[in-house]
Write a protein that binds this ligand. Structure first.
Ligand code: GLA
Length: 403
């Protein structure tokens, strides 16, 4: 840290100048007009879609996410005072700053994700200095594509690099997860940070949450060889993980596991539903048991290139999330139903639910038709057309070259 601090210089606000090289950051990047910008490092972290294995990570079950070709970039430079400054072009130009000693509860909104990174690193024995950070992203926020994990991990990657902390990727992902639970206060599982940090181009990750630390196995996904692609349908219904509904699902699962005398619900056998009387807890348990089986089956189907079977599992997963786990919504159901009617091999909501995105596996030549028919269905029900794009399995958090 001392070595890097030496090259960090105090940035006088008067020296902040327009940045000639990056249109996206014009007017907000705190870069000196003159001099070499060798002390800036740039990191990127992708968003993710979860192919299958929903609401299993905090239940000790398997999940199968993939990093996607949309994400967040961070330019980072060390300061020699004790305030972190963050600029973002995302959602309009915004600037915020907070002290290096910020504690849980001191910082709100999206900036809490950044402050949490500093907090968790310092808490775990890395006395990191303050930084100037410039954040840009092409990931929609609140859409279930892990925009907050991408933000955390791009910042964490940049700090890890700039301060030569040498934190291993999985460990970094788990630290970022701790920042989300203990600093931001969202009781999430660790799937998002692991997918965002450890993602591999061309692969999904089969993450076994039953192991400590979770084990990760890359699973090559080459549906393009079968002329298929994965379309993401962003319903535009925004959701947050801290409105209580996510936490409620998690509590229900913990209650069910306790009733069954199990350490986590994914360890339940098929007879578990017969041993629970409460209708809600029974339904939550049924989802966890069937989704665990589907996720394992989906991994096998992908490896066997059996896309029809994989597609059927996607759709069955959606039905379970809709009926048993009850985390879908009207717009997600509309998106899934119209994608299937338009020729998708399978479709489901992805992420926590309650809004956000659906995914559909569809023959390439039918994608245009899918987008048109999903848009028409939404417009027919007085909703604005969803934003659709094709997602490709991409590299996880990484350093970008140049300044
Ligand atoms: C959110 C959480 C994850 C996971 C999913 C549901 O994305 O951050 O940990 O629980 O919801 O599968």
């Amino acid at each position: 840290v001392a070595e890097v601090k030496r090259i960090g210089r105090r940035l006088d606000p008067g020296q902040y100048a327009r940045f000639a090289g990056g249109a996206g950051h014009r007017g907000i990047l705190p870069v000196r007009q003159t001099g070499q910008m060798t002390d800036i490092c740039r990191w990127a972290a992708p968003g993710r879609v979860n192919l299958i294995g929903e609401h299993l990570d905090y239940n000790g079950g398997p999940v199968l996410p993939m990093a996607i070709d949309k994400g967040t970039t961070v330019k980072a430079r060390i300061r020699d005072d004790d305030r972190v400054h963050v600029w973002t072009t995302h959602g309009g130009n915004q600037h915020t700053d907070f002290g290096l000693d910020a504690m849980p509860g001191d910082v709100d909104g999206w900036a809490a994700y950044v402050a949490g990174v500093f907090w968790v690193l310092r808490e775990s024995g890395h006395p990191v200095p303050a930084f100037d950070l410039v954040v840009d992203s092409d990931l929609p926020a609140g859409a279930g594509l892990s925009s907050s994990a991408a933000l955390q991990c791009a910042v964490g990657g940049a700090i890890n690099d700039a301060c030569a902390l040498r934190i291993e990727p999985l460990h970094l992902a788990l630290l970022m997860h701790r920042a989300e639970t203990d600093f931001v206060g969202v009781p999430s599982g660790s799937m998002d940070q692991i997918a965002v940090v450890c993602g591999q181009a061309g692969n999904a990750l089969f993450i076994n949450g039953g192991a400590t630390p979770p084990s990760i196995e890359p699973v090559p996904v080459d549906w393009t060889a079968a002329d298929l692609e994965l379309v993401v349908i962003d319903t535009g219904v925004k959701r947050g993980l801290n409105d209580g509904r996510y936490a409620q699902r998690r509590t229900e699962c913990e209650e069910a596991a306790e009733l069954l005398d199990l350490p986590s619900l994914a360890a339940a056998g098929p007879d578990a539903v017969l041993r629970i009387d409460d209708a809600t807890l029974k339904a939550r348990t049924r989802h966890v048991i069937t989704e665990t089986a589907r996720t394992r089956g989906a991994r096998r189907a992908i490896m066997a290139h059996n896309w029809k079977q994989f597609g059927a599992m996607l759709t069955a997963s959606h039905e379970s999330l809709r009926d048993d786990f009850q985390v879908s919504c009207m717009e997600l159901d509309l998106a899934v139903d119209s994608a299937i009617a338009a020729g998708a091999l399978g479709a489901r909501m992805t992420g926590a639910g309650f809004g956000g995105c659906a995914i559909a596996l569809i023959p390439v030549h039918q994608t245009g038709h899918l987008i048109e028919s999903v848009s028409a269905t939404f417009e027919h029900t007085q909703r604005s057309a969803p934003h659709c794009f094709v997602a490709r399995p991409s590299e996880g958090m990484h350093r970008l070259s140049g300044n």
